[in-house]
Ligand binder design. Structure first.
Ligand code: FUC
Length: 807
């Protein structure tokens, strides 16, 4: 690496320019919508709304409308300690077998003694369906849309000369789902409203309310354990009309000859996060009632205005313009189909990006208390794929990749609150299974705080906990909230690091290694038996996770001025971790501790590149590993990798970090073409939301990066994005950044310092930076990995905006 100081000649040219009128161009009039000309015929065409606690999928069917509803905590199952009691007795033996490369025997023993008893969690469940029968048979002028800026799903149609309009939104401020129905004729609205749930519930009508009360009845199951009467839940749908009459009919409420109607839905369970359990002191029906009493103070238009104000403040923080084409005017399903057929449509990518932000803020925010699960908050099943659980070997982490950079910092709070609680069962697992201090979780968990080894031997991933500390530290890095670091983040990180310290053992070379270990869900060919096997020690991902965690702890200890001795211990241990290696046989990053033959060279998990993304260890400043990372992706792709939505999304982020915008864009295209449903939900298959969130983060990562101690503007701009802009993305250090480009080259940017920290910028083009009309000089040039960049480091004032222009 060569570093030369490049002194800019101070020039008076340009000083007369009205600098503050040159703020980065951004389009504030952007209106983002998904639009369709027909009702949803399958769930994956329906449109999602949510407020972090309640979610719904609106089908927009004029004859038999269905609004499928979720409440985030409605889960089957119950808390249980499923730590295998035999684990601790066999741990030393398993380690000995592994370190002696007796993998088959180690796996057999681990399967018998480490896997949870029972091994499976149950499922997140649908709450039920609101059904609306408009008593009509034919329609014209149909349209259906979801406006992302306002968070409202609208269906409109005409029947027999009457125009009908249905608006549905989930209000976070008022904690209810609101459905508003209107007809153009004063007495034109005739609709039968029902609520249904297939099991475990009683539904009744009382005046203008449909009430549901129920309790999840779990049957005994060999894999999920003892059954019982578990989560209690309730929902209340209150109907208010303007004009007309209401009556009870067919187990529902019939509205006759009304002009308008508003349906308010509230739902609740007796789940109590602080106990990671249901709590019989909570009466779900009373909770619903209290919420409705509050919400009913407001008329529909007031509820709508309050919702839009609250929603838009969060959503509109970021705008993006990647270029427009005539495709913009097409309905979303046709547009996606055209894209799949090869049409160029950069603004579909922008829409996908904004949709990812929309989905995260609607599945993870107050009044919600649980993180976004495998399906965010939207699930139509009683037994969802993978239980729609919280998978902690890539999926839950990926859900939160867009949280900070996309200016949605508050979406991380339900995750962080949940992780704080998870430390309790996690410390029991650490103690009982490994006699370790601290806490951990393996490859998945549920709202009841399951932290044991789940599913099978591949669930033996004790680094799930340490990896889950990343979004917690990121929340500090982006917000610079020192109280949060001191009181929330650092205690969780430190306790996780304590777990790691106790879990590590020395191998025969004297290195600190994890054992047992796996490289999530992947296998290698065991040289002794010639068989594919997944158990090992010190898989590369483990080492990278530990390095990231320890570095974050050390940095926290420096910032807080505490725990120096602990930080020193971490530094000492890090010296003896095995290095991340380049595979002699493949030339990529070596996935395993030895250069084993790969069992599945196109595997969807690309775990050994964690150091490239989301980690910070492989950068252009480590050219050998950087080149090996490029090779790793090429090898995976050559063997069919990237075939699941989230795997493809990770590849986008990898290419962004490799500063390869063209390849990143190619894989965004593949994500849209191969792994996206008509409602733009990610298709694992089946629907799994991580691909949406990973894809959104990938777009952001192409436009701004700040993981390597500097803000890199437009680090991976693809050639196809000739001109464009963004506004409001965030960088670590609590900077808000806006930027525009032309002819595929940075034009200007603004950086607002929200914490008054030092700012360090990197750009491929020569830049000039002004503060308050005065130029800050000089920039320096730096050549790294064969490329020259311009950099500037300068102190900032809180709330001051800095202007960056190019020559
Ligand atoms: C991980 C992945 C699977 C799936 C599941 C929910 O185990 O390997 O592809 O995404 O999580």
């Amino acid at each position: 690496m060569r570093k030369v100081t490049f002194i800019l000649f101070l020039t008076i040219i340009g000083l007369g320019i009205h600098l503050w009128s040159c703020q980065a161009h951004h389009d504030t009039s952007q209106d983002w919508s998904l639009r369709y000309n027909q009702p949803a015929s399958i769930w994956e065409e329906a449109l999602p709304i949510g407020n972090g606690r309640l979610g719904a999928m609106v089908f927009g069917h004029p004859f038999q409308e269905c609004i499928q509803v979720n409440e985030e905590s409605l889960w089957s199952g119950a808390p249980m300690n499923s730590n295998n009691p035999k684990a601790i007795q066999s741990l030393d033996k398993i380690r000995e077998l592994i370190l002696n490369h007796q993998y088959i025997a180690a796996k057999k023993l681990a399967a018998e003694t480490m896997v949870g008893t029972p091994p499976c969690v149950r499922s997140y469940q649908t709450l039920g369906n609101i059904l609306l029968d408009y008593s009509i048979q034919d329609t014209t002028h149909y349209s259906r849309s979801l406006n992302l800026n306002r968070g409202v799903s609208t269906t409109e149609f005409t029947s027999q000369g009457i125009r009908y309009k249905q608006d549905v939104f989930a209000s976070a401020v008022d904690n209810v789902i609101v459905t508003h129905l209107s007809a153009s004729e004063k007495e034109g609205l005739n609709v039968l409203i029902r609520f249904e749930r297939e099991k475990d519930a009683r539904i009744s009508v009382r005046g203008n309310e449909i009430l549901m009360e129920g309790q999840v009845m779990d049957e005994d199951s060999p894999s999920a354990g003892k059954g019982g009467s578990h989560m209690k839940f309730a929902a209340t749908l209150r109907v208010q009309t303007e004009g007309g009459q209401i009556s009870e009919k067919d187990g529902g409420i019939y509205i006759e000859k009304a002009h308008q109607a508003t349906l308010l839905l509230s739902a609740a369970t007796d789940y109590n996060l602080s106990q990671l359990n249901f709590d019989r002191n909570i009466q779900p029906a009373s909770v619903c009632n209290q919420i409705l009493e509050q919400a009913c103070q407001y008329k529909h238009n007031e509820l709508l205005a309050r919702h839009i104000e609250d929603h838009a403040e969060v959503f509109n923080r970021v705008s993006i313009d990647l270029g427009k084409t005539s495709q913009d005017t097409l309905p979303t399903d046709q547009r996606l189909a055209a894209f799949k057929a090869g049409a160029d449509d950069p603004s579909l990518i922008a829409l996908y990006f904004q949709y990812g932000r929309y989905l995260l803020m609607n599945s993870s925010r107050t009044p919600g208390i649980l993180p976004a699960n495998l399906q965010g908050i939207w699930n139509k099943e009683f037994n969802a794929p993978w239980g729609s659980d919280f998978h902690t070997n890539i999926n839950l982490q990926m859900n939160y990749w867009p949280a900070e950079v996309c200016n949605l910092s508050e979406t991380a709070l339900p995750l962080i609150g949940f992780m704080e609680k998870l430390q309790e069962p996690g410390s029991v697992t650490a103690q009982e299974m490994y006699h370790s201090r601290g806490w951990t979780v393996h490859h998945l968990t549920d709202p009841f705080g399951r932290t044991a080894v789940m599913d099978g031997v591949w669930g033996c991933f004790p680094m799930g906990g340490p990896w889950m500390t990343f979004p917690i530290f990121e929340h500090y890095a982006f917000t610079q909230d020192q109280d949060f670091l001191k009181n929330t983040a650092y205690p969780i990180l430190k306790s996780s690091a304590q777990f790691v310290l106790d879990f590590l053992v020395k191998d025969k070379k004297g290195q600190w290694v994890t054992a047992p270990s796996n490289s999530p869900e992947n296998a290698y060919i065991d040289p002794m038996s010639g068989k594919a096997i997944d158990i090992t020690y010190a898989a590369t991902m483990d080492i990278q996770i530990i390095t990231e965690l320890f570095n974050n702890c050390i940095l926290s200890s420096q910032i807080l001025g505490e725990d120096e001795a602990f930080a020193d211990t971490l530094r000492q241990v890090m010296k003896d971790l095995p290095p991340v290696k380049v595979s002699p046989s493949l030339g990529g990053i070596q996935e395993w501790i030895e250069d084993y033959q790969e069992a599945d060279p196109g595997h969807r998990h690309i775990s050994h590149l964690l150091g490239l993304h989301p980690g910070t260890q492989i950068t252009p400043d480590s050219p050998e590993l950087f080149a090996a990372a490029q090779k790793t992706i090429a090898l995976r792709l050559a063997s069919g990798g990237g075939h699941t939505g989230w795997s493809r999304a990770w590849i986008i982020n990898f290419y962004a970090r490799l500063l390869d915008g063209d390849n990143a864009l190619h894989h965004i295209g593949e994500l849209l073409k191969k792994s996206t449903h008509p409602n733009l939900f990610d298709d694992h298959p089946p629907f799994q939301i991580d691909g949406n969130f990973g894809g959104t983060a990938g777009v952001a990562e192409m436009l701004i990066q700040s993981h390597a101690d500097y803000i890199h503007l437009l680090p991976a701009l693809p050639k196809a994005w000739q001109a464009g802009s963004f506004k409001g993305l965030k960088a670590r250090g609590n900077f808000e950044v806006s930027c525009s480009w032309k002819e595929n080259r940075l034009q200007e940017a603004t950086i607002t310092s929200l914490a008054g920290k030092d700012c360090h910028i990197r750009s491929e083009v020569l830049i000039r930076v002004w503060a308050n009309g005065k130029e800050i000089a000089p920039v320096t040039s730096i050549t790294t990995n064969g490329k020259t960049y311009y950099e500037l480091r300068f102190p900032t004032e809180k709330n001051e905006t800095y202007l960056i222009k190019t020559y």
